[in-house]
Design a protein around this ligand. Structure first.
Ligand code: NAP
Length: 268
């Protein structure tokens, strides 16, 4: 019944997330790996880079060439911002539904890609966070902020992360701001005796970024009220934690037309 399987191409197959995607596709009988693309990881069998057996799929360097030789239903892309936009365009042109985890798309690019998808009558998903727990943490934080508007966010990542605060903490802060009554927290006369001690200021509240070796990705949203605090915390321990979300997205993207931005919109 291999014809019923969803045929998946993976760009960035040699990268940290890409390898997890290749593994996830090979482990799901409803999915079939048909192409793996990475500029410098090939040409070797895609199975060898994840320590699995032969898959019959050789890693190639160019997406369009790969899509000329195989029929794919879905492209999963975890690459770099410079490549992800053109990979997405190429996929849509070939009638292949993109599921994009790479971050850094502009709102204009998203609108343009949505129009292309509508024209082709295919679905697409761009999701800056595929972690189901992280999405729930954001939803619950936005809900709590309606009732407990005093809030601070602490996010923890590895010490080599370039940007601070994290994209997820900014997204959380945006969602909190949509439900929280406007208010500038803390003592108006407070002064930092060490610069940065109170963290980054966002719309009346603070975001703190911890950077340490050994940490992968964690976030805590702390609400304070009369005589009580509420803590909503999410811990990611490994990249495999994103894969249930990617797997769900690969199946879901087959069922709708147009581009959806954000995994939270397809979770049900
Ligand atoms: P990574 O380990 O650096 O992997 C990126 C891979 O993409 C590399 O193997 C790179 O190959 C390859 N690549 C570059 N240009 C390409 C192209 N034109 N076609 C095909 N492959 C290409 O990075 P990562 O940690 O896997 O992260 C990848 C992206 O996913 C980042 O944007 C990250 O922020 C994002 N991310 C998203 C989520 C989410 O939930 N949405 C979670 C984690 C990470 P070379 O090394 O040979 O250049």
């Amino acid at each position: 019944m291999s014809n019923d399987k969803i045929k998946v191409a993976v760009t960035g197959a040699g990268g940290r997330m890409g390898k997890e995607v290749v593994k996830m596709v090979l482990e799901d009988e409803a999915l079939q790996l048909v192409a793996a693309i990475d500029p410098s990881a090939g040409p070797v069998d895609a199975g060898t880079i994840i320590g699995a057996g032969e898959t019959g799929v050789t890693i190639s360097a160019n997406l369009a060439e790969a899509l000329n030789t195989v029929k794919a239903d879905v492209l999963v892309d975890f690459t770099v911002p410079q490549a992800a936009y053109s990979n997405t365009r190429t996929a849509i042109e070939y009638g292949v539904r993109p599921v994009i985890g790479t971050t850094g798309f502009t709102p204009e690019q998203i609108t343009e890609l949505d129009e292309l998808c509508q024209k082709q009558g295919i679905g697409a998903l761009i999701a800056p966070n595929f972690s189901i727990g992280a999405i729930l943490m954001m939803k619950f934080a936005a809900e709590a902020a309606k009732y407990m508007p005093h809030v601070e966010i602490i996010e923890y990542h590895g010490d080599q992360k370039l940007d601070a605060p994290s994209g997820t903490s900014i997204k959380t802060a945006e969602l909190i701001s949509e439900t929280r009554q406007e208010l500038r927290q803390g003592n108006p006369k407070e002064e930092e005796t060490i610069e940065g001690a109170r963290g980054g200021y966002y719309n009346g509240f603070r975001i703190h970024s911890v950077r340490l070796p050994g940490v992968f990705a964690q976030q805590e949203v702390i609400f304070g009220g009369h005589g009580q605090t509420l803590k909503i915390r999410h811990d990611s321990y490994e990249r495999a934690g994103y894969m249930p979300g990617v797997n769900h997205a690969v199946k879901k993207v087959m069922t709708y037309s147009g581009l959806i931005y954000g995994f939270e919109h397809i979770m049900d």
